[in-house]
Design a protein around this ligand. Structure first.
Ligand code: SF4
Length: 181
């Protein structure tokens, strides 16, 4: 059986994604690295939900040390229109690095289940960092299973976020249109 490191963005996207890859005969482990989630209290709420899910489904979960929020802003400042590119690259590149260091056969991300994310961009960046780091990126279009994933977590009564993660997306939550991109 091959082993797979899954970058987990939140419990609600992880629930079905983990099952999907386990059904493809992968031994799955979760990896939490989301310095794009602001403020810190929001980051902690989402992390606690992810920990609860991992316990519930017996998913080994590695949590990146610290809160790399300054690195997120170093990359995005002055490039706000491309902030999602920078954000995906930051998170996926770190996941690929850890996958390579720990000897995983491949890595992927729960972002691929969300219809709210820039799906095609995630694939492009996943392939790019895979080539750079020398570890395989596993792609699947899981967007049709988004509601199934939320159905799995519903009885667990976990914290549910109301915006993507960064302060820009929190601002946009209260507007009819995207202010920055
Ligand atoms: S909108 Fe979401 S994906 Fe884009 S930069 Fe913000 S947190 Fe990252």
């Amino acid at each position: 059986m091959k082993n797979l490191l899954i970058h987990v963005c939140c419990a609600h996207c992880a629930a079905y994604t983990v099952e999907h890859w386990q059904h493809q005969d992968y031994e799955a482990e979760g990896f939490w690295y989301n310095p794009n989630i602001h403020p810190f209290t929001e980051h902690q709420n989402r992390l606690e939900s992810m920990k609860s899910l991992a316990k519930e489904i017996n998913l080994p979960l590695t949590i990146a040390e610290g809160y790399d929020m300054p690195e997120y802003f170093r990359r995005v400042a002055g490039h706000e229109k491309e902030r999602c590119d920078k954000c995906f690259e930051l998170r996926l590149s770190k996941t690929a690095e850890i996958a390579r260091e720990k000897g995983f056969d491949a890595f992927t991300t729960t972002l691929l289940i969300s219809p709210h994310q820039k799906h095609d961009l995630i694939k492009v960046i996943g392939d790019k960092v895979a080539a750079e780091k020398g570890v395989t990126f596993l792609y699947a279009d899981l967007r049709k299973r988004y509601s199934d994933s939320r159905h799995i977590t519903k009885p667990m009564d976990l914290y549910r976020q109301q915006y993507c993660g960064c302060v820009y997306s929190e601002w946009e939550r209260y507007t009819q249109e995207r202010k920055i991109t």
